[in-house]
Design a binder for this molecule. Sequence first.
Ligand code: DAH
Length: 346
Amino acid sequence: MQETLKRLEQDAMSALEKADSLERTREIEGEYLGRNGHITMILRGMKDLSDEEKRVVGPLCSATRTTLEEHFAKKIKIFEDKALAKELSKEFFDTTIPSSTRPLGHIHPLSQLQEEVERIFSQMGFTVTDGPEIESEHYNFESLNIPKDHPARDMQDTFFIQEKDDADHGRMVLRTQTSPVQIRAMEKYGAPLRLIVPGRVFRFEATDASHDSMFYQVEGLLIDKDISLAHLKGVLAEFLTRLFGKPVKVRFRPGYFPFVEPGLEVDFSCLLCEGKGCRVCKHSGWMEFMGAGMVHENVLKAGGIDSKEYQGWAFGFGLTRLVMMRYGIDDIRLLTNGDLRFNKQF
Ligand code: DAH
């Protein structure tokens, strides 16, 4: 029996060696390992053997079958691979042609800076909020202590989008500043408050390199008990230092805005010369940054906040101007004209 097996294995192997096609290999496989193949028949005949014989022949038979199965599988794979390679060689495939790539979109420098500003103020406990871009005269002016016919209205040239006067809210305008959101937030949340408002504002301006009819501002408002301008100075210095990644100093000068008293102009130390004086800061060592001040009593009143108990400060700066200062952009119109050659640089 053992010899029969040995011989069968040798026969199968030499037949396999001679096989020169996939079909022929499959045929020989059938002859030995198929349903009525030689090896299969021996395995099937095992049941007639004595237990002792089974113990010897059984494992031998299985081993022979496994060996043959492996050899057949190997040879079949060789033929199949060859067939596949032949199939593929019919199609010409030039692996040196550059693939077509889809250009990735990318975040506008204004949005990048806005996200950074939001992140830093959030870390300092400020809420980020917004309000409508189409606003009433009431919110945009009156509630901010800028009464009708007050000369301060001329500080901001306004797009009026409604002729008729509403008794309570006046005409509708495109908001000229983010400050009206101060009142909306006071009405909605009451005191204490700590928030920033990034957003678009609109001015009826002739466009040039430093003026556009739309730009971005960030409003800030903090209302609580025992608040002073020292807190404002600290918050702004911390904000600018985190934003620019190096120590920045802040300076206050007196300024006029109807909704604050006292009102301030805020400068920060020139980023380029760090206060020594250079061409960028016109040799002053300082960059003009924004308007700010202690929130006017009338404004707190308009927002429904008890000015005996609470006080606070507010500020407003131009996000668009800050982007321009940061990257040395000399024409505001570049930011909104949609030219990808510009946008891709940031
Ligand atoms: N709204 C002012 C503007 O657009 C900027 C401003 C100044 C905002 C002083 C403030 C502030 O909150 O206190 O020119």
